[in-house]
Write a protein that binds this ligand. Structure first.
Ligand SMILES: Nc1ncnc2c1ncn2[C@@H]1O[C@H](COP(=O)(O)OP(=O)(O)OP(=O)(O)O)[C@@H](O)[C@H]1O
Ligand SMILES: [Mg+2]
Length: 302
């Protein structure tokens, strides 16, 4: 059966430490609370889509360790098809260590583990192209970055979307071109569009359209989003939300927006859906717990 959306990006377990202060070199702080939850940008987005009733799959790599088993179990629990997930017999699964102080300031360290080792030979091309949409998020190393390029070269009929994150944004437009040239939709945040293009978001979005994207949706945090297809453009206010934790807000936005595209909604409504799903997520701790079900969507957005 053809899937609606496949997510392809690093798979990480998020370890969140609430700390009294972010310690500098030679300093000390204390952990007041720690939690663990499944993450990875593209994985969060497909879980968001699965909650909305969309048929989703996943491509990525994890190890047969405790973290990997947890990551896989959580995908299966959310009804994600995991036939594209490569399980390594050795090495360690990806983990993100996130430290948050009392003022909400964050510091992150990534242990990429076997995410860095995913090769294009390991990616099942027939699986990867048996979908309407392929949503990419970043990897740290070159190997999986090349694996994504190889897959895109074989995916003619698939709508590709990209959440570049800081890692890919830092590469800049030129280095990212082998992926950008296939993109139907690009989802940078305000900082990432600047890093990618060297321009503020209005001009930066135009640069991405020139690179081949049909739609650019820039996530603007508490200001909402800016969406354009080169003909229309909309600056769409965020929904009022109680901010508990913004981890994964951008991933949730992508889920809402892609849901809109799948349902054939207009550009403005897709932007509203992105803002809405993100606003629900940020009211609850963790990257996934707040993601809404289809019945939670206001009826005009369903
Ligand atoms: N304070 C807020 N109030 C309401 N909505 C918000 C708020 N902050 C973020 N959002 C929503 O979340 C979306 C994504 O947030 P943001 O622009 O911070 O993305 P991001 O930086 O990619 O996030 P992430 O940390 O997940 O990578 C915004 O476009 C907006 O819809
Ligand atoms: Mg982001």
């Amino acid at each position: 059966m053809k899937l609606d959306v496949i997510g392809f990006g690093a798979l990480n377990l998020d370890r969140l430490y609430r700390v009294t202060r972010i310690a500098g070199a030679g300093e000390e702080g204390y952990i007041t609370r720690d939690t663990e939850s499944s993450g990875g940008s593209a994985a969060n987005t497909i879980v968001g889509l699965a909650r909305l009733g969309v048929n989703v799959g996943c491509i990525g790599k994890l190890a047969r360790d405790r973290e990997g088993r947890r990551l896989l179990r959580d995908l299966v629990k959310e009804k994600v098809n995991v036939n594209g997930v490569v399980v390594s017999e050795d090495g360690a699964s990806g983990v993100v260590f996130c430290f948050v102080d009392e003022g909400g300031e964050r510091t992150m360290y990534v242990r990429p583990g076997v995410n860095n080792e995913l090769t294009h030979q390991e990616v099942d091309v027939d699986y990867g192209r048996n979908t309407q949409f392929l949503h990419l998020s970043s990897f740290i190393s070159e190997k999986p970055f090349e694996a994504q390029q190889e897959l895109l070269n074989a995916c003619d009929d698939v709508h590709v979307s990209l959440d570049p994150g800081m890692y890919y944004a830092t590469k800049g437009v030129q280095a990212l071109r082998p992926i950008l040239k296939w993109c139907y939709t690009v989802f940078p945040n305000e900082r990432e569009v600047k890093l990618l293009t060297g321009e503020e978001y209005l001009k930066g979005a135009r640069v991405l359209l020139r690179e081949g994207a049909q739609i650019v949706a820039v996530k603007l945090g508490a200001k909402g989003c800016y969406v354009t297809d080169g003909v229309e453009e909309h600056l769409i206010d965020a929904y009022e939300a109680k901010v508990v934790d913004t981890t994964g807000a951008g991933d949730a936005f992508c889920a809402g927006f892609l849901y809109g595209l799948l349902k054939g909604k207009d550009l403005y409504t897709c932007g509203k859906l992105g803002n809405y799903v993100a606003s629900r997520k940020i009211g609850i701790d963790g990257a996934r717990d707040g993601l809404p079900n289809r019945s939670d969507l206001p009826s005009h957005l369903r």
